[in-house]
Design a protein around this ligand. Structure first.
Ligand code: ZN
Length: 336
């Protein structure tokens, strides 16, 4: 098949996949479970978020693990929520809190089937759902309520197609291309979810871990070995190196700064990445990501006084660079 046709197909499918990733980014953090991190953003401090969390459990809206209780919906319908008084400074954010709970119990990846406008909740018409083009033809606004559609929707479709094209130019149509393509999709979803909610969904980290192990068993060439058993060893070493390095630095940070500095999501995330890329690359990512994270972290602290920054985006950026140039980086490091 001529190269140009393959590239066009990759762009076409890349846009469609990107469109699906947009759905994942919106729905994954809002499906059935809430996390403390989501409330951190609203309440501003760990203490307030902890108190809010306790209130929600005591009111019977969520269980200890953050699953939204079924009866929450019933209470919501009966408007009994008025009984639930949020204490102190977050009384004003009550609406936001219930919005998170509401959306959590109503969404999953395949429900509702059709996309909807997050603002007016009207269904998106099929001809307004064409990747890239619809956004441009609608001028970035909802057809009904005219509220701007976040540029992100366009950007995610664009970046998905672009990154898949880059992977193709590096790896051709190979096992590597497909595997790294899937991994890149996971990176994109994690990045945007982490920006919004300071979490990385378990569907991505734990689900991806299972996929990583299976792919390692089927395709030993991913780890540059020839048998499935050797591949499994590399895969497991990757999981431990990736997860272990973040876990240890997190514990270290806790001791130094006396507060949680690395989320469990990051541990699972780099473990998942390690399962596909092996221990050398996992460690390389571990050492590379802080350079991006620190630059942005200092900027966020200076401009917005932000105390916490999501770390997933920088792990993702480092991972993509390592997929492309990791072997060259290692060669370069060991040359000296
Ligand atoms: Zn709308």
């Amino acid at each position: 098949m001529p190269d140009l046709i393959i590239k066009s197909m990759i762009v076409l499918f890349g846009c469609l996949i990107g469109s699906f990733l947009n759905v994942c980014i919106y729905r994954m953090p809002r499906s059935g479970k809430v996390t403390l991190d989501e409330f951190l953003k609203i309440s501003g401090s760990k203490e307030h978020a902890d108190k809010l969390w306790e209130d929600l459990i005591n009111s019977g809206y969520i269980d200890e693990d953050g699953y939204v209780e079924k009866k929450f919906k019933k209470l919501r319908k009966k408007a009994e929520v008025a009984k639930f008084e949020l204490t102190g400074s977050y009384e004003k954010s009550k609406k936001q809190v219930f919005k998170i709970l509401d959306e959590s119990c109503e969404l999953s990846i395949d429900k509702p089937r059709r996309s909807f406008c997050p603002n007016c909740h009207k269904q998106v018409l099929w001809y307004d759902n064409v990747p890239l083009l619809s956004y441009l033809s609608l001028g970035g606004k909802c057809r009904f309520c005219k509220k701007p559609i976040p540029f992100r929707y366009f950007f995610v479709e664009f970046i998905t197609a672009s990154l898949l094209l880059v992977l193709y130019s590096f790896f051709g149509l190979s096992v590597q291309f497909f595997t790294y393509g899937v991994l890149t999709c996971a990176l994109i979803v994690s990045t945007f979810v982490d920006f919004d909610f300071y979490i990385i969904p378990d569907e991505i980290t734990l689900g991806g871990l299972v996929v990583g192990i299976i792919l390692s068993l089927i395709f030993p060439q991913l780890h540059n070995v020839s048998t499935w058993s050797a591949s499994l060893v590399q895969c497991l070493l990757g999981i431990f190196a990736g997860g272990g390095s973040i876990y240890l630095i997190g514990r270290f940070g806790e001791i130094i700064f006396k507060k949680e500095s690395m989320g469990g999501g990051d541990v699972k995330f780099l473990a998942m990445i390690g399962s596909v890329l092996g221990w050398q690359m996992a460690l390389l990512i571990f050492f590379l990501a802080p350079f991006f994270g620190a630059a942005v972290g200092i900027f966020a602290k200076l401009t917005k006084g932000a105390e916490i920054i999501p770390y997933g985006p920088y792990l993702s950026l480092a991972t993509f660079l390592v997929i492309l140039w990791g072997h060259n980086m290692l060669k370069f490091l060991f040359y000296f």
